[in-house]
Write a protein that binds this ligand. Structure first.
Ligand code: XMP
Length: 510
């Protein structure tokens, strides 16, 4: 299979670049610039390389640089933003810095005739974000695009198939960005578009079948899309030798536990062990109000439950996990601060020993995992399930968790989700849920005074959950949800809508 290397210099769009390449059915993988040598690149046989952007200036002492021998490998290269400047610098050109030359946002770009700009009009809009610029081209390079402020908005050395663009073709604000990447892949690198999900399924199932023949494989199924898709792939490959353990901690949404069980046991005929551990979790959580402590208790209790199950199962040879590509990419950027200790319930104890780990999805992005899920016939609602935190409703029942409060929240949350679905708004928002406040407020129903809980509804729009906007849901939908919740769920006397973005708030309330 042909592949493209996305050489990461710390740009914020590196994953987006790889995804955009894969949208053209060409496999792309991301490597930090300091984790792969020129010799390794040569050996790996890449069809092309993309240098990503990055927040640096090529002349800074700490800025990321790369061995210029990469330019002479005969492999086509596309430099983007910082990657473009770095390529110019490596090839002997000059990069300068001037506030007066900085460009940010949508910018008119004029392009010349070049394979990179096949089917791109001579004038269009691109997305710029730079202060440094190439002031002098390296020898053998020619300018092939310009803007009002930037004489070399794109450059190339066609002989060596080296191309650079100062703008960002990977973002949707660049009108012909998709076409430009397509041109790089097919006109310049000569790719054939051989990365197809049907082929992925066939070859993965085949490989897993031979690799795991006769072995017992254990998978912790959470009901999320990743572990579900991994489970179905493995089941196709090894059938009954796959044992899935699904721990129902009682902190799931309404009917979710039953749905997962029915889907995997009845529909796919898998050997699924459902552990109903609500009492166990609730007793550990009794009296606990501090969010981080809740997370810690739930994470630890998961481990204990898995330990107990593992003992019952006897020797486990292979552990399967639903790890996906963004989990395994090392970034060229530094570590960022941890705001919450995100517990993923898939965490397994060290004491469960196994000989091997398989991660059938470790090369896929989330949207590709979903595509595979659809092709495998996994129900739509599971494949497109919105993110759900490992600690579940425990971080949405503020303060102490009780069975009664969980039930109230489950009902309110189910109504909110029904209303969103009824109004076909699932694609307008990326995550939406209800949160149960810890305090009560006064209301009036009929002629009587009520004193019940307050529920907050939250819906956010986001690309990556690092930042998020509150979703502008239509008032009518909010009104219907509020009216149904106060009428249908006893003990709720007030509904509010959370209009805080992230930052300063986080998506979850705890
Ligand atoms: P925050 O609240 O940090 O949430 O803005 C960002 C995204 O992460 C999810 N989230 C979690 N996921 N374990 C998880 O697996 C956790 O402890 C956890 N806390 C938050 C949250 O639902 C949102 O999608």
């Amino acid at each position: 299979m042909e592949k493209i290397l996305v050489l990461d210099f710390g740009g914020q769009y590196n994953q987006l670049i790889a995804r955009r390449v894969r949208e053209h059915h060409v496999y792309a993988e991301i490597k930090p610039y300091n984790k792969i040598t020129v010799a390794e690149i040569r050996r790996a046989g890449y069809a092309g390389i993309i240098f990503t952007g990055g927040p640096h200036s090529v002349y800074d002492k700490t800025s990321p640089h790369y061995d210029s021998a990469v330019l002479d490998l005969g492999i086509p290269i596309l430099g983007i933003c910082y990657g473009d400047q770095l390529m110019a610098y490596m090839a002997g050109g000059t990069v300068s810095s001037a506030e007066s030359s900085s460009e940010y946002g949508k910018t008119k770009v004029c392009v010349n005739c070049s394979p990179l700009f096949k089917d791109v009009p001579s004038e269009s809009i691109c997305w710029m974000s730079h202060t440094d610029y190439i002031s002098q081209l390296p020898e053998h390079f020619v300018g092939v695009a310009h803007t009002d402020k930037c004489s070399y908005a794109a450059m190339c050395d066609a002989e060596r198939k080296l191309y650079g663009v100062q703008f960002h073709p990977e973002v949707t604000h660049t009108d012909y960005g998709k076409q430009i990447l397509k041109n790089f892949l097919f006109e310049i690198c000569g790719c054939h578009a051989d990365w197809k999900m049907d082929d992925f399924i066939r070859s993965t199932v085949d490989n897993l079948h031979w690799k795991l023949k006769g072995k017992k494989v254990f998978l912790a199924l959470s009901g999320g899309v990743d572990s579900s898709v991994a489970a179905v792939l493995l089941h196709k490959a090894i059938g009954e030798n796959l044992v899935c353990v699904f721990v129902d901690h009682g902190l799931l949404r309404k009917n979710e536990g039953d749905f997962v069980e029915q889907t995997f046991r009845d529909r796919f005929g898998m050997s699924l062990i459902r552990v109903n551990a609500q009492d166990r979790f609730l007793s550990k959580l009794s009296g606990v109000t501090e969010p981080e402590q809740k997370r810690k208790i739930i994470g630890e209790e998961f481990i204990r439950v898995f330990e107990d199950e593992a003992k019952k199962l006897g020797e486990i040879q292979v552990l399967a996990q639903g790890t996906i590509y963004p989990d395994v990419i090392e970034s060229g950027k530094g570590d960022s601060a941890v705001i919450k200790s995100h517990h993923n319930v898939g965490g397994l104890p060290d004491v469960i020993s196994f000989d091997e780990i398989v991660e059938p999805l470790r090369d896929l992005f989330k949207d590709e995992v979903r595509e595979v899920g659809e092709k495998l016939g996994i129900p739509h609602e599971l494949v497109w399930r919105q993110p759900f935190p490992g600690p579940g409703l425990a971080v949405r029942v503020l303060g102490e968790i009780t069975e009664e409060k969980l039930e109230i929240l489950q009902e309110a949350d189910a109504i909110f989700r029904e209303e969103i679905a009824g109004a076909h708004l699932e694609t307008m928002t990326n995550q939406y849920f209800a949160v149960l406040m810890d305090s009560k407020s006064v209301g009036v129903m009929g002629d009587a005074r009520t004193y019940g809980y307050t529920v907050a509804l939250r819906a956010v729009s986001t690309d990556d959950f690092m930042t998020a906007e509150w979703t502008r849901l239509p008032y009518e939908v909010l009104e219907r949800a509020s009216s149904r919740i106060t009428n249908e769920v006893k003990s709720i006397s007030r509904v509010v809508y959370d209009i805080t973005s992230k930052p300063p708030a986080t998506v979850e309330w705890e």
